[in-house]
Design a protein around this ligand. Structure first.
Ligand SMILES: *Cc1c(COP(=O)(O)O)cnc(C)c1O
Length: 385
């Protein structure tokens, strides 16, 4: 079956109620017929569910769908994207190891790497999103155990070359871990380019309707087993209810992402030469600096566009205040279009210099393009500009 079909048809086995749509297994634990079955489950001699911190059918259904989409051998679902990121670090890195990352990463991921990993003796190094193959190779030290990147990056939409970094990771025997939140597995599959681990915030496009938090870690069976053992003891398990909501969402992921991307491409084309905009970035516009990498590794340009307003910080704040339809909110990847101004909100705590280092300019606006009619989204942005 094609991956789109698997994302719809993978389902927990039908119960005697003969339900068509997937049931919700909202239960903390599972019962056993007798002492021997229970003993065997606890001895890992069977795959029987024991307790929902370890496994749960609703959660497993979501993992199986996402593993099919990413082409992963196994997975574990977590309560949020950040617990997926943290779990993938803590289970696979130890004191003295070094994590090499791109510096354009999600804010909380940077906090984990720069503030918390050092408490456990785990070192880190950062490279810019535009680092060359030679710069990546030069940054690899004997204790570099993991490479971690996001592509496209948030909020600057820089594109990193998955094939190039995957090749280097393989050559040096390093675990390659990719946060694939922005593209989603229907648009980009890092495992095909050599990633060992893929992490997701399911809160964003995977839910796609701004309802629940969730995360997932997918990848090589041996690595996922280590992550599973870490998570089943430390407890970042995904709620079965959230898993059930997310699993229903995955049934529509492919069609939703197609529309998000076609709306985004249309807006990008219409806005690119607007007189109030100094520069606009969208991965599938030929003007994007890494356009050739984007079209190599992505199916479409995704649902995010960003642009720099002439007039800097004040222009950014004014733009947000003038919007009528677009929502001002911290999330992205929703049916409803969202505008954000990183310099005055998500990245306001950074110094001007720090923001510059990760390409966050004062007038940068990020639009998460929703599923409303493209003409209504465009009209609202144009009147605000
Ligand atoms: C939101 C986000 C995360 C964190 O996910 P949560 O579900 O909010 O914990 C991680 N990476 C990226 C790229 C994100 O956008």
């Amino acid at each position: 079956m094609k991956k789109q079909t698997k994302a719809i048809r993978i389902q927990t086995s039908r119960t005697p109620q003969m339900e068509h749509s997937t049931p919700l297994f909202l239960t903390s634990s599972f019962v056993f017929d007798d002492a021997e079955t229970m003993r065997a489950a606890f001895a890992d001699e069977s795959d029987d569910n024991i307790y929902s911190r370890f496994s749960n059918p609703s959660v497993q259904e979501l993992v199986d769908k996402l593993a099919a989409l990413e082409g992963a051998e196994a997975g574990y679902a977590t309560a949020s994207g950040m617990s997926a990121v943290f779990g993938s670090f803590m289970a696979l890195l130890k004191q003295g190891d070094r994590l090499l990352a791109c510096n354009s990463i999600f804010g909380s991921t940077h906090t984990v790497i720069a503030k918390y990993l050092p408490k456990y003796g785990i070192e880190h190094g950062y490279l810019s999103a535009s680092a060359t193959e030679a710069e990546w190779e030069a940054a690899i030290t004997p204790n570099t155990k993991m490479i971690y990147i996001e592509t496209p990056t948030n909020p600057g939409l820089e594109i990193l070359d998955l094939e190039m970094i995957g090749r280097l990771a393989k050559k040096h025997g390093i675990i390659f871990n990719v946060d694939n939140c922005f593209a989603t597995p229907v648009n980009q599959r890092p495992i095909e380019y050599g990633a060992d681990i893929v992490v997701h915030s399911a809160t964003k496009w995977l839910d796609g309707q701004g309802r629940v938090l969730g995360g997932v870690i997918l990848g090589r069976k041996d690595l996922i087993h280590e992550i599973y053992l870490f998570c089943r003891s430390t407890g970042p398990a995904l709620s079965p209810f959230n898993a059930w909501v997310l699993s229903k969402s995955i049934e529509t992921l492919d069609v939703r992402m197609e529309r998000h991307a076609s709306n985004a491409l249309y807006l990008a084309q219409q806005l690119e030469n607007h007189t109030a905009i100094a520069a606009l970035r969208y991965p599938f516009l030929p003007s994007h600096p890494q356009y050739s990498i984007a079209i190599k590794q992505m199916q479409n340009g995704g649902g995010i566009i960003c642009f720099e307003l002439k007039g800097g910080l004040e222009a950014g704040r004014n733009f947000l205040n003038k919007l009528n339809l677009l929502s001002l909110t911290a999330n992205l990847g929703d049916t409803r279009s969202i505008a954000s101004h990183p310099a005055s909100t998500t990245h306001a705590k950074l110094s001007e210099e720090e923001r510059k280092a990760v390409n966050i300019t004062p007038g940068l606006i990020r639009i998460s393009v929703g599923l409303e009619h493209r003409d209504d989204i465009l009209a609202d942005i144009l009147q605000a500009l």
